[in-house]
Design a protein around this ligand. Structure first.
Ligand code: GAP
Length: 577
């Protein structure tokens, strides 16, 4: 069995990941998280909150997962969020056109549908299911469409990213953050994409969880992140556009140098690439199987000027994107401002007022008012918006609501005056780290998965980070009878009261119970035996080293707290067994 299949088998058997709707035959692109999977997911999300909400000070919001049509028209998703699809003329099965071509030959990402059609025809690429002929490639929009309310009057879409909800809340967020930039906001929640042929387990889902942060920043200061010093010297495995074009290697580069050389567009973007590296390693991604790949110009999303993907190496799947970090510029806010006609700019005061020459127009309202009636206000505004040279004419022609209006120069006076300007209105830029929690969870499982031979027997162990492991400690009475069971249950309850996720397990041999917990990734097992009854000590076993120490039962909660906080090996505590 391939490693991917072995990891998935373990994930299914131990209650991490199950195919959804299994008793009805399942549906590709949908998975359930079982008891251990849901707990692991929650702990990964909590770790993300510690980095972004606590560490960065970005508040979390929660908005509906269904959005009205206008949001996605403005964002460009209605018009452009599509994958190239091709349908077999014989069996009518549909496929991602670029994926089918890639199974036969190497092609760059981002080819147009006409280019893909030409390649399919030229190389006679056929249906992978029935070998029938394939039709022309067409665009398939990935959003799930729905109707809001009864009837079919109000179209809505399941959101394809959590981001848009944060953009449309911008005016309220700006007020919440006391009208000052920069600020960040986060959201963890479900997103939906009707992927064409999802086949890679939780890597390509139709319903998945994203954790996204939108950082709103004054474009003038994108190169001045206030905390850049904390990441400047961190070396990141970067694979930039040039290296990809020349088939060059991934190069470790310090974050500061990457910005100075222009490899990463600005400090803000680089800071969140670095934070992503820290987070991923912290939750258990193997740094040796992690790289940051810059998007090629041809593959960048419509909104991004520079974008880096955190990619991990997964067995049988190759390099897979798990996080995207993009500089979205002012694209989204500008688009929503245009569509909603709500001002989404921020007033940025200057340090000192600027003296600016301005044309002051004084219209003769006594004449303009009665002569032009309802149009008088618009005429005033149009005159005030004109340049001095445009006003220096015997008559001025204005376009008022599509109608030409001629104003004689005797109807207004104008002069140039120096006025104080105290600031300017700016549409913020957005830097966005966007994490796929499902892909991270699977990658954490695979990178933690280990097999070894111990005393002639195979041991499978999930070496999960102690803090994200679903069960922190298993309490095991050596034998399934009193007084051991009662004492063990008491110890388990004390640890639960201290806030730990505890598993009490008294079924099967102690060896079997250790193996079960190794496979569940439980970092510590506590064994209660007859000495416990006599002297109050227990055996604590470390999942990774299998080292065992004897410690007092009443000090267990404190010991666990220290082991989780420091990450130190268990061997340094208690009496070696
Ligand atoms: N707001 C930006 C955005 O959504 P993206 O690169 O399309 O960017 C971000 O998605 C992350 O969401 C990806 O890096 C990936 O981890 C996750 N993701 C995207 N599509 C997914 C899918 N169909 N199944 C599982 N995860 C997915």
């Amino acid at each position: 069995m391939e490693k991917y299949d072995r990891v998935f088998e373990l994930a299914k058997n131990r209650g991490f990941i199950w195919p959804a709707f299994e008793i009805y035959g399942g549906a590709s692109g949908f998975y359930d998280y079982g008891p251990l999977g849901a707990t692991l997911k929650r702990k990964i999300e909590d770790a993300w909150r510690r980095f972004y909400c606590v560490g960065e000070g970005f508040y979390e919001i929660e908005v509906p997962t269904i959005g009205v049509e206008a949001i996605f028209e403005a964002s460009g998703h209605v018009g452009g969020f599509a994958d190239p699809m091709v349908t077999c003329q014989q069996c009518k099965e549909s496929f991602r056109a670029d994926h089918i071509v890639k199974e036969t030959m190497e092609i760059p990402d981002g080819l147009k549908k006409e280019q893909l059609t030409a390649i399919i025809k030229e190389h006679d690429i056929r249906c992978p299911e029935c070998k029938g002929p394939l039709g022309d490639v067409y665009d398939f929009n990935l959003m799930f469409q729905t109707w809001i309310g009864p009837g079919q009057k109000k179209k809505g879409y399941m959101r394809p990213e959590t981001a848009q909800g944060m953009f449309v809340d911008f005016p309220r967020l700006l007020r919440f953050y006391r009208e000052k930039l920069p600020f960040g906001v986060t959201q963890i929640g479900k997103s939906y994409r009707n992927e064409i042929s999802p086949r890679q387990g939780v890597i390509r889902l139709r319903e998945f969880t994203q954790a996204e942060a939108e950082v709103f920043v004054n474009p003038q200061f994108k190169n001045q992140h206030p905390n850049f010093g904390a990441v400047r010297d961190l070396a990141l495995p970067l694979w930039d556009e040039n290296a990809q074009l020349s088939n060059g290697p991934v190069t470790p580069m310090r974050v500061g140098e990457a910005v100075e050389r222009g490899t990463i567009a600005n400090q803000y973007l680089a800071y969140y690439v670095a934070l992503t590296h820290k987070f991923l390693v912290w939750v258990g991604i193997d740094p040796a199987r992690l790289r940051f790949r810059q998007h090629m110009r041809t593959e960048r999303a419509h909104y991004a000027t520079d974008c880096w993907d955190a990619e991990v190496m997964l067995e049988g799947l190759g390099w897979i994107e798990i996080v995207g970090i993009a500089d979205r510029t002012s694209y989204d806010l500008t688009a929503h401002q245009k569509r909603s006609e709500v001002d989404l700019s921020v007033f940025i005061p200057f340090e000192k007022p600027l003296k600016v020459k301005k044309t002051v127009v004084t219209p003769d309202m006594k004449t303009i008012g009665p002569k032009f009636k309802g149009k008088a206000g618009k005429i005033m505004a149009a005159l005030k918006a004109m340049k001095p040279e445009e006003l220096d004419r015997p008559e001025v022609r204005l376009d008022i609501d599509g109608e030409e209006v001629v104003i004689d120069s005797s109807l207004f006076k104008h002069e140039t005056a120096e006025v104080d300007v105290n600031g300017e209105n700016v549409i913020p830029h957005v830097v966005e780290p966007s994490y796929g929690i499902d892909r991270i969870l699977y990658s954490v499982l695979e990178h933690a998965y280990d097999e070894e031979i111990v005393q002639g027997e195979e041991r499978i162990v999930l070496r999960l980070n102690r803090t994200v492991a679903p069960i922190t400690v298993a309490v095991l009475p050596l034998l399934s009878r009193e007084p051991l069971t009662g004492r063990a249950a008491g110890i388990a309850q004390t640890l639960k009261n201290a806030g730990y996720f505890v598993e009490y397990d008294d079924s099967g041999t102690i060896g079997k119970r250790y193996r079960r917990n190794d496979e569940a990734g439980t970092p510590f097992c506590v064994t209660v035996d007859f000495d416990t009854i006599e002297d109050g000590t227990v055996t604590v076993r470390d999942r990774d080293s299998m080292a065992q120490v004897r410690v007092p039962a009443d000090g267990l909660a404190g010991l666990l707290s220290e082991l989780l906080c420091t990450g130190r090996p268990l061997e340094g505590y208690g009496k070696k067994v």
